[in-house]
Design a protein around this ligand. Structure first.
Ligand code: RFL
Ligand code: PHB
Length: 392
């Protein structure tokens, strides 16, 4: 087999890259480990930045998102014992957000791939990049019991945190930055109406978050110890704990119901540098992980893909490798900006086991400052909205 760009991984990064390259006349093959049903069923991200929404619309992927997604202007922050405040990104920056689930984005991407009869191979085993530092990279894989070799000009590693692509950058050339947090998020999805605003709660019992997917689908999270499992949390226990962390007047507005999905995710910050080695490029979770506070994960995957397709399109159009050479540094500037914001919001909004009384007062003072200072709110709004793309 032969193609211009071999894409390892068919998550949001891989399938979107294939779509954007196709629109520039560049051929690709996507090799995904799991089945389409498995990929679509993963309930993950839900909040899309304006830049992400713009990329999806420009790629012809906006119709269902615009029909079903929920447009909103920012986030509400609630802190036990004080009034809530709203970080309004539209007021400060003219930018909005879209609440639209990752599983729906995956469905839209598979539908677009079907419409153009794209080469998206699911249930591929033993996917392995080769000769990435040379001029003729290739990928080996097994599909339906047969071994294949895919020759290509470039390889895009879009295979998530546990994928194989990152390991193809020699350890001597790779630097990894990591921060683990001493808690996880227990999340549930329920067919109940959400609160009017996406609401982040700092409470002595721990962090909580109320989010949304549609007028009749809500997503809720609570901070839990890392040792907890889903079996520890019946629906009744979850709703009682959630309500205990919200101020009572907001807790009364929460409509409870059966959970249709329940999972626990550990929180982690991680960046691997560089994001390019020879003819291999990393995009999305393959190169970096953010804790979900700040909802940056999928938005970073989209910005990496945006920069990479622009670089490859310039290369195929003019032979210039200037943007390819700049890819890693350009993508990493935006990655680190969102890494810092996610880390900051995680520290601001969670209760860390072992924090001293001093740490607690400093956190309370920061929340007071944010609540009272329009300058602080404008600064957080700018970070939460995400940095604009750099011009080519
Ligand atoms: P993905 O979505 O992990 O997709 C990678 C794809 O590669 C496949 N794969 C392989 N394919 C071939 N060969 C191999 N060896 C392979 N190894 C893996 C996988 O099957 C998969 O289909 O990475 P991508 O495309 O970079 O997209 C990134 C986003 O998915 C991710 O940033 C977000 O989902 C992160 N995230 C959240 N982000 C948000 O913005 N808001 C959230 O609320 C949010 N919640 C979450 C999350 C991630 C979670 N994970 C990863 C556990 C909740 C969870 C539970
Ligand atoms: C979500 O809707 O799943 C969500 C919203 C905001 C976050 C994280 C997740 O910070």
């Amino acid at each position: 087999m032969k193609t211009q760009v071999a894409i390892i991984g068919g998550g949001p990064a891989g399938l979107l890259l294939a779509e954007l390259l196709h629109r520039q006349g560049i051929d690709s093959v996507v090799l995904e480990k799991h089945s389409r049903e498995h990929v679509i069923a993963r309930i993950r991200a839900g909040v899309l930045e304006q830049t992400t929404v713009d990329v999806l619309r420009a790629a012809g992927l906006g119709a269902r998102m615009d029909a079903l997604g929920h447009v909103h202007d920012g986030m509400r922050i609630v802190w036990a014992g004080r009034d809530s405040f709203y970080i309004d990104c539209h007021k400060h920056l003219g930018k909005r957000f879209m609440a639209y689930g990752q599983s729906q984005i995956q469905e839209d991407l598979f539908a677009a791939a079907d419409r153009r009869s794209a080469q998206v191979l699911t249930e591929c085993d033993a996917v392995q990049p080769h000769d990435v530092a040379g001029e003729q990279p290739w990928v080996s894989f097994r599909h339906r019991g047969e071994d294949f070799r895919l020759d290509c000009d470039f390889i895009a590693g879009c295979d998530g945190f546990h994928g194989v692509s990152r390991q193809a950058i020699p350890a001597t050339l790779r630097r990894e930055f990591e921060k683990a947090y001493p808690f996880g998020w227990l999340g549930i999805l329920s067919r109940t109406p959400p609160l009017p605003d996406i609401t982040y709660v700092n409470h002595p019992r721990g962090f909580a978050l109320g989010s949304q997917r549609s007028p009749m689908l809500s997503r809720w999270y609570i901070q839990v110890p890392l040792a907890d499992t889903v079996d520890d949390w019946s629906d009744d226990r979850f709703w009682a704990e959630l309500a205990a962390r919200f101020p009572s007047e907001m807790a009364r507005q929460i409509v409870t119901g059966a959970s249709i999905e329940k999972s626990i995710a550990p929180l982690r910050s991680f960046v691997a540098e560089p994001m390019r080695h020879g003819h291999l490029f990393l995009c999305g979770d393959a190169a970096h992980i953010v804790p979900p506070t700040g909802a940056k994960g999928i938005n970073l995957a989209v910005s990496d893909v945006f920069y990479l397709q622009r670089a490859l399109a310039a290369f195929y159009a003019s032979g210039s490798s200037a943007l390819i050479d700049a890819y890693s540094a350009t993508a990493l500037r935006r990655v680190w900006s969102s890494e810092r914001t996610s880390w900051y919001l995680t520290k601001l909004l969670h209760r860390f086991p072992g924090d001293s009384d001093f740490d607690q007062r400093a956190q309370e003072s920061e929340l007071d400052y944010l609540k009272s200072s329009p300058h602080a709110q404008a600064s957080l709004a700018e970070q939460y909205a995400g940095m604009p793309f750099e011009p080519a």
